[in-house]
Design a protein around this ligand. Sequence first.
Ligand code: VG1
Ligand code: CO
Length: 542
Amino acid sequence: MIKTIPTKPFPDQKPGTSGLRKKVPVFQQKNYAENFIQSIFDSLEGHRGKTLVIGGDGRFHNREVIQTAIKMAAANGFGRVLVGQGGLLSTPAASNVIRKHKAFGGIVLSASHNPGGPDGDFGIKYNISNGGPAPEKITEAIFANSKKIERYLIADAPDVALDRIGTSEVEGMRVQIFDPVADYQALMEQLFDFDVIRDMFAGTFRMRFDAMHAITGPYAKAILEKTLGAAEGTVVNGIPLPDFGGHHPDPNLVYAKDLYDRMMAKDAPDFGAASDGDGDRNLIIGRNIYVTPSDSLALLAANAHLAPGYAKGIAGIARSMPTSMAADRVAEQMKIKCYETPTGWKFFGNLLDAGLATICGEESAGTGSNHVREKDGLWAVLLWLNIVGRRKESVENIVFQHWREYGRNFYTRHDYEAVDAERANGLMKNLKDQLGKPNLPALGNKALKGSDDFAYHDPVDNSDTKGQGIRFLFKDGSRIIYRLSGTGTEGATLRVYIERYEPDPAKQGGDPQTALSDLIQIARNLAEIEPRTGRSAPSVIT
Ligand code: VG1
Ligand code: CO
């Protein structure tokens, strides 16, 4: 039986950079998830009888919302749902399943790198038929629906057995529970030279992959250990837990410090990597060297031809605006275009669909390609392994060599988390007031080339997106960028992105915090960070 349940709107269901993210207790409110899911369905046309993919990163509350989504999909006329076994599906794997099985779309339950557990975060996002995050036109329609919703539709049916692979039915809709790893692994085998990587592991090459008790554990174990022959124990924290073992599943130098310390130790493995809550981010650390995500993007683009999937070359590169300009230099040398988009993977979809870009990346540890329409943590790790295996060089050498050839973009991001929202907005407003002014005392003798609030014109669908970050661009190519996070669930998070280009190989060594110290100080003064937020130091530095 299909039930129509009356409901009232919640005012706060505006999707952010990557779907709707809130604290678990917010999602546990009566009708909260139902309202949002119905608002998604109400924004669709032509989905009757079609396939919907459903899966999540396994965090606390995942199974409950999976059941709800299945029953609501049935009530809203979908013909079939594909659900990852146990309700699990990494974000890139979900993207792949949507594409491979020609689904109408997908619902991915994830709050990505945010902490989980009963007091942690939860999230829901909708992906369209190309496998990518819904573009702004759709997220805006979802938000508009959420503000006027009066009812939702749900099948009055028993829960589906999520752990058993097989097919069942809910109100005439087919429910297929499938192995979340198989399709994804098959795709990776097509893209990369598994023999080259296997040979490496058969020799002395050692690796440590920290799955952070999040979704990539089962994927990494199946691919790295079982298929590629990496030693058992290569994958650590490999079992997905609803609270990620109490950790913050964000693969950066703060939350993956254990991995970092091991990679800097005397007996470090050759290669270290980690992924986030939903498996779309990657952290790459070689023995003795942390590879910034921006450098990683540039390096992967420059070396992608060493992997079979990209042997014919790449059509273009795309990076989010705050991501360092290292990739631009690679594109220039390859005589291909480098697109600059707002933050968030949803802006890459059109470029990938149109064949304008092949490899995309963000400074926030996200890299991916046209193989799916999401960033992909394990993909980046496997491409790195493929490159290391072909070049037969250490990660450190590969990075140093890259800097010598292209120059080094010293880069850092300073995050001020959980700042009072009003104060953060005031800070941004004050920065906007500085835009266009040629003489700003806080800049000292740094010559300004220009400043603006980044706006993006999508060359494919001609849509315009404004207000994507305050940029101060200097004559020497340095940049300071400020924006507020669109994924946090507590107050506001101010992100400050700082970059300087260094062409001289003799000056390319050293710690970015030191190399960028002047700019870091300017960035703090210019935005009046301490007086306005009360913070004397960032909460996270990456
Ligand atoms: C952050 C990152 C952004 C990324 C987004 C989703 O957004 O900066 O680059 O695309 O998270 O990543 P924001 O608005 O907080 O800066 V994930 O791994 O949460 O899906
Ligand atoms: Co993520």
